[in-house]
Every structure is written in C-alpha cells, then in structure tokens.
Design a protein around this ligand. Structure first.
Ligand SMILES: [Fe+2]
Ligand SMILES: [Fe+2]
Length: 320
C-alpha cells in the first residue's frame, strides 16, 4: 500500500470512528465499497422478492379494507427496493448488473421469502414476524456510516413499523375469532417462527464478516444480539394473542434477564440459501418474467430520453 493510500485509509477510519457519514464521492477502501454493494443490493433484492409471497394474497384478501392495506404494504416494499438500488448505484454498480446477478442466482436475498404463503393468516404472521425482524435489523442501519444507505433506512423503518402493526392486527383478529380462525393463526405462527429467527443470520461464531462491518459502523449489533432482542420483544406479543410459540425450550431466564430459546436448524437455513428452499425457483422465475415483460417500458423510456437529448443539443447548436 502506498504512503498516500495509507494516509487516506487512516483518515477514513478516523472519520468513521467519529460517527461521520461517508458520502459517494469520498475516498473509501475497496473492501468497504464491496461490502456495501453486496449488502445493499442483497437488501434491495429482498424487498423486491419479498413482494411475491404477499402479492399472492392481494386478490384473495377477505375484505376491501384488508385488500387496500395489503396493496399499500406491497407497494411500500417496491419503494424500499428502489431506494436501495439507487443507494447501491452511488457506489458504482449498475442496476443492470445487480438485476443480472439476482436473475442468474449469483446474488442472494433474504432466505425467508423462499417459504410459501399458504393461508390468509400468513399475511398476519409475515407482517408481525418478518417485518418485525426486519425492523430489528434495520433500525440500527439508520446510523450506518454510509450516508445514502443510512438516509434510505429512515423512511424504510417508518414504513416497516406500519407493516408490523398491520400484521399483528391480522393475527389479533384471527386469534379472537372462531376456533378455526385461531387454529389458522397458530398454524401460521408454527410455520413462520423458526424461519423468522433465521433472518438474523448465522450465530456470531459462524459470521466471519461481522467484526469488520462493526468496525466500519455498518453493523451496530451482532446477529445473536438482534435475534435475542426480537425473541424478547415477540414472546409477550404472542402471549397477548393467546398463541403458543413452537419452541419447547423457550423460557424466561431470570439471571440473564432474557428468554432462552431452542437451537435453530441451521441445515435448513443453509439449504434455503443455497437455492433449495420450497419456493426459490418459483421466486426467481417470477422476477425474470417480470423483468422480461418490462423490456418494452425500458426501451420506450430510453428512446424518449434519446429524443429529448437530441432536441436539447440541436437547440444548443442553434443558440450558438
Ligand atoms: Fe421493506
Ligand atoms: Fe415491510
């Protein structure tokens, strides 16, 4: 590393340590840039793929009100994806490259969206648990050292909070409904609980990039810390619903001041990440189809932009 690079790196590290924001035109280490491109694009893909399991229920929502709420929620997720793709683009990657990596299976997205949504209660469980876990993960990102990512997260988190509440309300209505409705809510909780805990990623001991990301102020809390917070927050909510969390080892630990919980089936997690979850192929196929069918929109927008540019440069020549 040259003397100049060393100085730049030292300045960058001091800047981050002082809780200042790094902006797109600032010098940054290559590995910081790469880490952010990977994380932000994965996050963007998760938002966009995350629209699919819920989009599946828009036409079957049980009332007009529920349909409007679900539609608004799914549209929010599209917006989150767009802010995040834009934030990643400020680091020098193109949208085309990111989408190509998603469509060819090179880029990952959250494992949770590879599970099917089988009943209406899944809309409740997804909002309550999946958006709830997303908030836990994303609130600390509002203070992330990379400016464009941190700023995008502020609005995203406000919207996630609405998503979580609407999900909880769906669960509450079902839990207070007929026996059949309550069973449906319990069944959804049974299926979504463990995959939601997996959303926080591997245990700290198996999460090699975490320490560097913490040093760079990208990550503020470890995977296990965030997972514990999520469990501690969610158990009383399940009690309020009168539903049972599917974990025989779940127990309040007086000494730790936290809930103890059972071992996660990591084999399932890695299997889903590697593309073998129940819906991986279906999800990617749906994204590729949407992209292909949208080709004419992109072509039309490009043709229009070209025409406008030509008009502008012609009038500039005339003026000269
Ligand atoms: Fe979102
Ligand atoms: Fe959400």
């Amino acid at each position: 590393m040259s003397e100049t690079d060393k100085n730049l790196e030292a300045r960058f590290e001091a800047y981050v340590a002082e809780e200042k924001k790094i902006e797109p035109k600032d010098w940054m280490p290559d590995s910081y840039r790469k880490t952010l491109i990977r994380q932000i694009s994965q996050h963007a893909h998760s938002e966009i793929v995350g629209m699919l399991p819920e989009g599946n229920w828009i036409s079957r929502a049980p009332s007009l009100k529920r349909k409007a709420i679900l539609l608004a929620k799914v549209q929010d997720e599209a917006g989150h994806g767009l802010y995040l793709y834009s934030a990643a683009e400020t680091l020098g990657v193109t949208r085309n490259q990111m989408l190509n990596d998603l469509h060819t299976g090179k880029a990952k997205y959250s494992s949770i969206f590879n599970y099917p949504t089988l009943t209406w209660a899944d809309m409740g469980a997804v909002g309550w648990l999946v958006d709830g876990a997303a908030i836990m993960n994303q609130v600390p990102l509002c203070k992330c050292s990379y400016g464009p990512y941190a700023r995008a997260m502020v609005r995203v988190c406000k919207e996630e909070s609405f998503h979580q509440r609407q999900g909880f309300q769906v669960m509450l209505n079902l839990a207070q409904g007929t026996d059949e409705q309550k069973d449906m809510a319990q069944d959804a909780l049974n299926r979504w609980w463990w995959p939601s805990l997996m959303m926080f990623g591997p245990n700290d001991a198996d999460s090699p990039h975490s320490a560097q990301s913490m040093k760079w102020n990208i990550k503020r809390f470890s995977n296990d810390e965030l997972r514990q917070r999520f469990v501690d927050m969610t158990v009383p909510q399940a009690e309020l619903l009168g539903l049972t969390i599917p974990d025989p080892d779940l127990k309040w630990n007086e000494e730790r001041g936290h809930y103890d919980f059972g071992e996660i089936q990591w084999e399932e997690f890695y299997n889903v990440i590697q593309g073998n979850g129940p819906c991986n192929k279906e999800r990617i196929a749906a994204r590729v189809k949407a992209h292909d069918e949208g080709a004419w929109v992109r072509e039309a927008a490009n043709a229009y932009a070209k025409k406008e540019n030509e008009k502008r440069s012609k009038s500039a020549t005339h003026a000269a």
